[in-house]
Design a protein. Structure first.
Length: 71
């Protein structure tokens, strides 16, 4: 799994929104713009939780890398 989801100073919110949009856009039940927004809103809480968890993993990776002198 990649270690740089938050490259380029991405925020938890931007990563979560992109995940929710990607998932919602694949939902065959979504056929209107309003339906897309509703699906994104429904997915955002879980996506935020996952993005927050991923950010913490990445932060730990870079702290460990710095502490251990990994290249």
């Amino acid at each position: 799994m990649t270690k740089n989801v938050f490259a380029g100073k991405r925020t938890v919110e931007s990563v979560a929104y992109d995940m929710a949009l990607a998932l919602a856009s694949r939902d065959p039940m979504v056929v209107t713009p309003n339906g897309l927004l509703q699906r994104i809103e429904a997915l955002l809480p879980e996506c935020r939780n996952l993005a927050t968890s991923k950010l913490k993993q990445e932060e730990r990776y870079w702290v460990d890398k710095d502490d251990n002198g990994w290249d």
